[in-house]
Design a protein around this ligand. Structure first.
Ligand SMILES: NC(=O)c1ccc[n+]([C@@H]2O[C@H](COP(=O)([O-])OP(=O)(O)OC[C@H]3O[C@@H](n4cnc5c(N)ncnc54)[C@H](O)[C@@H]3O)[C@@H](O)[C@H]2O)c1
Ligand SMILES: O=c1ccn([C@@H]2O[C@H](COP(=O)(O)OP(=O)(O)O[C@H]3O[C@H](CO)[C@@H](O)[C@H](O)[C@H]3O)[C@@H](O)[C@H]2O)c(=O)[nH]1
Length: 465
């Protein structure tokens, strides 16, 4: 919304949210999320044509176009628990729109939703409409965190789905004219509603599938002596495959991939397609396998026990350039190591202590609810976990280091200084392939890099899954 405000000075944008602390933060100098370039965009428009408010009803009533970007968590109870999208917040937003509207509106699905959600939303809106006309459009968001501003300034495509009626087509044109302020026309795709809704789930499923595919290969590389970076490079040269999104890792995280695939799996099951559902489920199974394979590698390399050993965790966010920890692989890796009684010292340049403690205690899927509905701070903290201010403090006296986020600073820290302060033998388990393994081996470290030929030490201590 901030980018729309920046690019369309003739449009007034009001962002409304039921969370008071969040809106207060958006109105302050300390924005509630870390995203490169965002501060600058907000500062340029806030108070001019970009406003943040908790007065949902007033601003919805006044708007011509309402973008609904509320959370769509995975259901934790009842029908479809663990898979289906929980549309409680969406339904509540739609009811608010229906209740407070006094003029015709375009309602845009910006949240990622199951296919056919627009049909349900239409029913809620028209049921209470008092003669007011609503047009529903699907306009899924494809930005990635960490590069959100770049992605929004120069999107590969903007996708708008709408009804095939004259009113639907007119609404599509209205939304298209917003993006046309800065996006070339040939990058604005228009489709029917269901294609737009499904394309979002399909895009994330394909992207996640690429990572699970390369991660599956990484296991085979370790077993055979192949190097996953060389394999990725070689296959990426095939223009049909392409070079992007082929980095092996400790596993994918983030608020979208797992949730959206589970949602896709559920939709397949509901449509009588169990084989298709099973196919997509494998993407998540491989991702879970990759995380537990990493934990097993750490434990087995360190004489099959990490009990009471200090392990430094470098990086907790789900990727670099964000403070977001939703579904970060670091949660499962840390829980796995804690299960083996390790003592963890965690450092991440953008994640707070409170957030890390909360993540290690929170139940699966609980993170995806509005802030004020989540537990405020952990009832108790995980005692074997401490948070460090930098990589040197985190690694002091440690037996091993796990690199779980690819922050640039982890490439340039002084590993000799770190080695000297650690217990010996000193281990580095690089879950993001960011370090120069050879240089670290020369210092004296035993190094494990995902999908790379194994040190003699590691070969002698196979990780049994
Ligand atoms: N984060 C991403 O990079 C990304 C990218 C593409 C799509 N999406 C999708 O966008 C949606 C939102 O994701 P997010 O990461 O911004 O989630 P989020 O949890 O950070 O934000 C959702 C906000 O909606 C507010 N909210 C809930 N119910 C409300 C209501 N009835 N009225 C007003 N506000 C309400 C919450 O308080 C919260 O601040 C999800 O469907 C997600 O899948 C997210
Ligand atoms: O080669 C790669 C690329 C990514 N990742 C990991 O995959 C996860 C997701 O990364 P990324 O897709 O870059 O970030 P997200 O912000 O989750 O963005 C995804 O999810 C968004 C929400 O739906 C979509 O809008 C974006 O298009 C889609 O890329 C992260 O843990 C990455 O570290 C890898 O392990 N290897």
């Amino acid at each position: 919304m901030a980018v729309i405000a920046l690019k369309c000075s003739d449009i007034e944008v009001v962002v409304v949210d039921i969370s008071e602390p969040r809106i207060a933060a958006w109105n302050s100098d300390q924005l509630p999320i870390y995203e490169p370039g965002l501060d600058d965009v907000v500062k340029q428009c806030r108070g001019k044509n970009l406003f943040f408010s908790t007065d949902v009803e007033k601003h919805v009533a006044e708007a011509d176009i309402v973008f609904v970007s509320v959370n769509t968590p995975t259901k934790t109870q009842g029908l479809g628990a663990g898979k289906a999208a929980d549309l409680t917040y969406w339904e509540s937003a739609a009811r608010t729109i229906a209740d407070v509207s006094k003029s015709d509106k375009i309602v845009v699905e910006k949240s990622t939703v199951p296919v056919k959600t627009a049909e349900a939303i239409e029913k809620i809106l028209t049921h209470n409409s008092k003669g007011i006309k609503f047009q529903i459009l699907s306009n899924p968001e494809f930005l990635a965190e960490g590069t959100a501003i770049e992605d929004l300034f120069q999107p590969d495509r903007v996708l708008i789905g709408g009804r095939e009626t004259p009113e639907g087509q007119k609404a599509i044109q209205s939304l298209k004219s917003v993006y046309a302020h800065w996006v070339p026309e040939d990058r604005i795709l228009t489709t029917n509603l269901w294609s737009a809704e499904l394309s979002k789930l399909a895009a994330n499923a394909f992207l996640a599938q690429r990572i699970s595919s390369v991660n599956a290969m990484s296991a085979l590389c370790e077993a055979t002596g192949a190097d996953v970076a060389e394999v990725s490079y070689a296959i990426g040269k095939d223009s049909r495959i392409g070079p992007k999104f082929l980095n092996a890792s400790v596993g994918f995280g983030g608020s979208c991939f797992q949730k959206d695939i589970l949602n896709l799996v559920y939709i397949c099951e509901c449509n009588g397609l169990p084989e298709v559902a099973e196919y997509w489920k494998q993407v998540i199974k491989i991702n879970d396998h990759q995380k537990s394979r990493f934990v097993n590698r750490v434990v087995s390399s360190m004489f099959n026990t990490v009990s009471q050993k200090k392990i430094a965790i470098l990086g907790f966010a789900f990727k670099k350039d964000t403070g977001d920890t939703r579904e970060t692989p670091a949660i499962d890796v840390c829980k796995g190591l804690l299960g083996d009684k390790a003592v963890l010292s965690i450092y991440d340049p953008q994640v707070t202590e409170d957030q890390i403690q909360r993540d290690l205690i929170m139940k699966k899927f609980d993170w995806d609810h509005p802030l004020h509905l989540q537990p405020k701070s952990p009832k108790s903290s995980v005692k074997q976990v401490s948070i460090a201010w930098d990589a040197y403090e985190a690694t002091k006296g440690a037996h091993g280091i796990c690199i779980l986020t690819e922050w640039e600073e982890f490439k340039t820290i002084d590993y000799k200084k770190i080695y000297d302060s650690m217990q010996k033998p000193a281990f580095v388990f690089d879950g993001r392939n960011v370090v120069n393994a050879e240089a670290l081996r020369e210092i004296g470290f035993i190094v494990y890099s995902i999908g790379k030929p194994l040190d003699a030490w590691l070969k002698d201590m196979p990780a049994i899954a």
